[in-house]
Design a protein around this ligand. Structure first.
Ligand code: OAD
Length: 255
């Protein structure tokens, strides 16, 4: 018996097998099965437990640099201890299939790279990189920084060092944005995975792609702010749904 899910999966696989230019756009949900916390999930999401203004803004950093430093070091440690999951692995396989493939992530972890993706556009920065909050000079972490109660100071200007992630009110990295927007404008299919789709400008990408004629497929454990834009929403964990989707594509191609 064919279930509704089977037919949605087959429809998504069929759209993907016909595509040449594909964009995959990911959010925290893709790393959830690796044990990395999301932001808005009701019980465990960071922003359900902590105030984002305190931990992810210039004002919060100015008010309590030690608190912000320690929070990011704790998150960095959990990223370093995590492993890519089957969802990341399936996205790495997708990169090998399409003539033009662009992976755009809002995630600051490096699990896509560790799963094998070569070109990853990080719209919200990298949790494992650091720079000076004053002069912008890149900073390489030293022994002892991890345990320190306060951020290290820049060797050039003595201002505090911060993680190279995008905070609320800050601009997205220009080059990554340009490449992501160009890819979304040109793609045949945009696959959006594990994002609530409420943080702009990143959340514009599926709408932009759709307006330019792309087909939009979503994978999420529940409906999101982007589900109306998506032609197909595959409900379930990305670590289960994405490997099934790759299998379904192979099955579709073999017919
Ligand atoms: P959110 O926490 O807002 O959303 C996570 C999404 O993942 C939700 O829609 C969940 O339903 C879904 N989800 C959870 N587990 C899943 C799983 N196993 N498989 C598939 N989906 C799952 O995270 P983002 O949308 O990434 O910004 O948040 C966007 C931005 O808000 C983040 O990049 C961060 C945050 O403030 C910055 O750090 C600048």
């Amino acid at each position: 018996m064919t279930t509704h899910m089977d037919s949605m999966m087959a429809a998504a696989a069929s759209l993907l097998t016909m595509a040449r230019r594909v964009v995959v756009f990911t959010g925290a949900g893709v790393s959830a099965e690796s044990g990395i916390g999301t932001f808005r999930d009701a019980l465990t999401g960071h922003w359900s437990r902590f105030d984002p203004q305190q931990l992810a803004s210039q004002e919060g950093f100015a008010a309590d640099p030690g608190l912000v430093w320690r929070w990011y070091i704790e998150r960095l440690t959990s990223v370093e201890n995590a492993l890519p999951n089957r969802g990341h692995a399936a996205i790495a396989v997708l990169e090998t299939i399409f003539p033009e493939f662009t992976l755009v992530t809002q995630n600051v972890d490096d699990l896509h790279e560790r799963a094998g993706n070569r070109n990853v556009l990080h719209l919200h920065g990298h949790i494992g990189r650091f720079h000076c909050n004053g002069c912008g000079a890149p900073y390489t972490r030293c022994a002892g920084d991890r345990e320190a109660p306060m951020p290290p100071q820049c060797p050039f200007c003595t201002d505090y060092v911060r993680p190279s992630v995008v905070w609320f009110g800050e601009m997205l990295p220009e080059q990554e944005m340009f490449q992501a927007w160009s890819a979304a404008e040109r793609c045949d299919v945009l696959l959006v995975v594990g994002t609530s789709g409420v943080v702009y400008p990143a959340a514009q990408l599926p709408t932009l792609a759709r307006r330019r004629g792309a087909r939009v497929i979503e994978v999420n454990v529940e409906e999101s702010a982007l589900s109306d834009i998506a032609e197909i929403t595959l409900l379930g964990p990305s670590g289960v749904i994405l490997p099934r989707l790759v299998d379904a594509m192979q099955h579709h191609q073999g017919r």
